[in-house]
Write a protein that binds this ligand. Structure first.
Ligand code: HEM
Length: 487
């Protein structure tokens, strides 16, 4: 009898404990639905379900932005938003961005290696020049600044020709073409030839190991589900185990390639290898930085070129006007920098389709006043290039693609561009100390390839292609297909 009494007592206290635990778990989940209570109250909250829309609906980034973010951002300049398994503050008003970019100590870089170290994404990119902070960042800059800013530009012309030649086949058949692969080949070849001093032979070999491995890795990395909820990478989900293995295999293969290159050459590969051999970089730092040069160096130009081809196909009059400008001058590489319309089109595309649409990789190191907001310590603060570039309170006629807004003469066009960057109305390449080191190279690539492309082909929209941007992550037309008509 006593035993029965004890058993009953035990099972009821076990039940009670279970109930309490479930309640605590439930409350924890409910708390997660809302931003932490110390977040500024005068910033509107984007409901958490908005973070799921790219996963479970057919909406693209633009539709989500229009319906759930735009009005708030234009009115307040910031929102509280759930992304990458946490609540963040996303800032878009230029005057606030200037403050953030200026104060690198308070808004300290804190990349995926710190924010979500367990994720497949973090294993892919590691601790690198873009995400590092303080003395580590300074060390990386010491080794890499010059070789990234002053690469060998010559191979880009040759790769532009190869790009155009590889389009010719689709153009002859009259069928539409998915542009992803050929643009990836172009952008990767440029990084290989110009910065690393290695010819990946991507145009010659359709099944290059590098290209195939990278395509596979990217198909896993940019899944909106895991970008939004990276904590899922903690669980033994078979497709994520496969993704992690693919990342490891890619890193091993790629870093082996870079290590096999000579050390005493003045380029990114040479500098990295020297830093490794001199004991300045660890193996991990060597691979992480080799990876980021390859990733940032090809991924962002790839996205921008996709968007450029998209806008040129959409606006035939702009395409023809650009072709007229390109054919009106005797071609030499420097001349392209002097063409106002060519440069304006690229700047306008950066405004409306910034490749890195949203970046949340800064954490406040102390409580800080940003405009009217008081942000506590330890909060992730990000910026949204897509929203700033389309802010109707910042840009007149923000929704229309109008290259002429940048000016008519080249000096005026470049002045408008510099001003827009300096005032953070165009943060597509960020600004100040942590501004992009590859900007000039990327712009050079765009000018060279557009010059070759438009002199050979007319780019026509494919009516069957569903006009959509990516559902989340980097900004670009989603799986863009166009037709190329030989001239
Ligand atoms: C259209 C092309 C490109 C765009 C739109 C772009 C955009 C950006 C942006 C927005 C940042 C700041 C990131 C942040 O806030 O964390 C950045 C940083 C950086 N980018 Fe680019 N990028 C492009 C091309 C390139 C290329 C070709 C390279 C060459 C390797 C490159 C190398 C870097 C590096 C090294 C940094 C970090 C600078 C630092 O923090 O010291 N980028 N880029």
């Amino acid at each position: 009898m006593i035993l029965g009494f004890m058993e009953r007592n035990l099972s009821s206290s076990l039940l009670g404990t279970l109930l309490l635990l479930s309640l605590a778990w439930f409350l924890h989940l409910v708390r997660k639905l809302l931003p932490p209570s110390n977040f500024p109250r005068n910033i509107p909250t984007v409901p958490i379900y908005v973070s799921f829309l790219g996963l479970f609906t057919n909406m693209d980034q633009k539709e989500i932005f229009e319906n759930y973010l735009r009005d708030h951002l234009e009115m307040y300049g910031a929102v509280k938003i759930y992304f990458a398994s946490r609540w963040n503050i996303l800032v878009t008003k230029p005057e606030l961005l200037v403050e953030i970019f200026r104060d690198e100590e308070t808004f300290a870089k804190s990349g995926n290696q710190i924010k979500i170290p367990y994720s497949v994404l973090s294993e892919y990119t590691g601790d690198n020049l873009i995400s590092a902070h303080g003395s580590t960042w300074k060390l990386y800059r010491q080794i890499l600044t010059t070789v990234i800013q002053f690469p060998d530009l010559n191979p880009v012309v040759g790769n532009s020709r190869k790009f155009v030649r590889s389009i010719a086949h689709a153009a002859q058949s009259g069928s539409s073409m998915l542009v992803t692969d050929v643009i990836q080949k172009f952008a990767l070849s440029n990084i290989g030839d110009s910065m690393l001093g290695i010819d990946f032979r991507l145009f010659e070999n359709d099944h290059s190991v590098l290209n195939e491995k990278l395509k596979f890795v990217k198909s896993h990395i940019f899944k909106p589900m895991y970008l939004n909820f990276p904590f899922l990478d903690k669980f033994p989900i078979p497709s994520r185990i496969e993704a992690r293995q693919a990342v490891r295999s890619f890193r091993k293969y790629y870093s082996g390639l870079i290590r096999s290159l000579p050390e005493n050459v003045s380029n990114v590969a040479g500098s990295l290898t020297k830093a490794l051999n001199d004991g300045v970089f660890t193996e991990q730092q060597f691979t992480d930085n080799a990876m980021i040069v390859m990733i940032a160096g090809h991924e962002n130009p790839q996205l921008l070129l996709t968007s450029l081809i998209y806008v040129l196909s959409l606006y035939q009059d702009i395409q023809q006007k650009l072709r007229d400008e390109l054919t009106s001058v005797d071609y030499d590489e420097q001349v392209l920098d002097q063409l106002p319309y060519l440069n304006s089109i690229i700047y306008e595309t950066l405004r409306m389709f910034p490749p890195l649409g949203q970046i949340i990789n800064r954490i406040t190191t102390k409580p800080v006043k940003l405009g009217d907001f008081v942000i506590p310590k330890g909060v992730y603060v990000g910026y949204n290039n897509f929203a700033t570039g389309r802010d109707r309170t910042v840009w007149e006629d923000a929704d229309s693609f109008s290259p002429d807004r940048w000016g008519i003469e080249i000096a005026q066009v470049n002045r408008s561009y510099s001003k827009a960057k300096g005032s953070a109305r165009l943060p597509a390449f960020h600004g100040r100390k942590r501004a992009c080191l590859g900007e000039k190279f990327a712009l050079h690539e765009m000018k060279q390839v557009l010059n070759q492309l438009l002199k050979s082909f007319r780019v026509i929209p494919d009516p069957e292609w569903e006009n959509k941007l990516t559902p989340g992550g980097p900004v670009s037309p989603w799986k863009l297909k166009v037709k190329f008509e030989a001239l």
